[in-house]
Design a binder for this molecule. Structure first.
Ligand code: SAM
Length: 291
């Protein structure tokens, strides 16, 4: 009756059989609900023509469902204790490769070339370890991988920040970073009860669809992100104030006021009211004046 790994009974049996103890430091919360997994796979847009990279397979709950729906699955796991377990739990599936790798150190371009040389579409899917969600997603986006989308289970508050609209509490530099590379959308919220052990936080499924090119033209990406970050440095202060502080060694207040006037942005606004287009104009104008 316990057909799949992702049930409380089967999961507990596996943990017991291998005498596995959770490592909290690795963000190990395993999914035990096939219905939630079906939702993840549906939202990710997986079918028998697609390749999938999974980050952190755990004991294989999501990996198994991915293997049933995708052409091929490559899963990167950092915890070497899980490798023999996965070899056992996923024995019946021939379209899975398990790699003992830290995703933050892995050469993902090389892995894609090796395992998906001619794949039409590649998706990344994961129930991410919460303690390194942002570094993982930033790495996946900045490396400009040939992937179509990233669908991940992450902490609800972080998902809300990544998919936020201007003038909301959640809108910030993380929102702009995600918007620059992707179209970010929260697909559903997920209760704590579908994990073993249950985390202390709420979770959401976030889908990031990669853009073919950024929605704005920026002259210097690093400088653009620095200006965005500086504009949110003190959220309750005005944009003018934050910029004055960030640029104090390179520009006078008058020069900054002049730039803001020129591009039609009121310096008494707060960073959270600026759109990505306005941030792009701002960064480009400051860069031009400081050259
Ligand atoms: N996919 C499984 C599931 O849904 O039941 C497990 C998800 S659990 C939230 C996160 C997994 O990521 C754990 O198996 C953990 O060992 C692994 N992990 C943590 N840090 C990692 C890293 N830097 N690289 C690869 N895997 C990592």
């Amino acid at each position: 009756s316990e057909k799949y790994i992702a049930t409380p009974t089967k999961t507990k049996d596996i943990l017991k059989k291998f005498n596995f103890s959770f490592k909290k430091s690795l963000g190990q919360n395993f999914l035990v609900d096939v219905n939630i997994l079906d939702n993840i796979i549906h939202h990710a847009g997986i079918d028998k023509t697609t390749g999938v990279i999974e980050i952190g397979p755990g004991i294989g709950a999501l990996t198994e469902q991915l293997a049933r729906h995708a052409e091929h699955v490559v899963a990167l796991e950092i915890d070497k204790r899980l490798v023999p377990i996965l070899e056992d739990t996923l024995e019946a599936y021939e379209n899975i490769d398990i790699l003992l790798e830290d995703v933050l150190k892995a050469d993902l371009h090389q892995i894609i070339q090796q395992y998906f040389p001619k794949q039409k579409e590649i998706h990344i899917v994961a129930n991410l370890p919460y303690y390194i969600t942002t570094p993982i997603l930033m790495k996946l986006l900045r490396e400009n991988l040939p992937i179509t989308s990233i669908t991940v289970m992450i902490q609800k508050e972080v998902a809300e920040r990544m998919a936020a609209k201007p003038k909301t509490k959640s809108y910030g530099s993380l929102t702009i970073a995600m918007q620059y590379y992707t179209d970010a959308e929260i697909m559903m919220h997920v209760p704590k009860t579908v994990f073993i052990p249950q985390p202390n936080i709420e979770s959401s499924i976030l889908k990031l669809t990669k853009r073919s090119k950024p929605p704005v033209d920026v002259k210097d990406e690093d400088f653009f992100f620095e200006i965005v970050k500086a504009s949110f440095a003190q959220r309750r202060k005005t944009l003018r104030n934050n910029l004055n502080r960030f640029l104090k060694d390179s520009m006078s207040k008058e020069e900054i006021k002049h730039i803001l006037d020129e591009i039609g942005i009121d310096g008494s606004r707060r960073g959270e009211t600026l759109t990505i287009e306005e941030f792009a104009n701002l960064a480009n104008a400051i860069l031009e004046k400081s050259l």
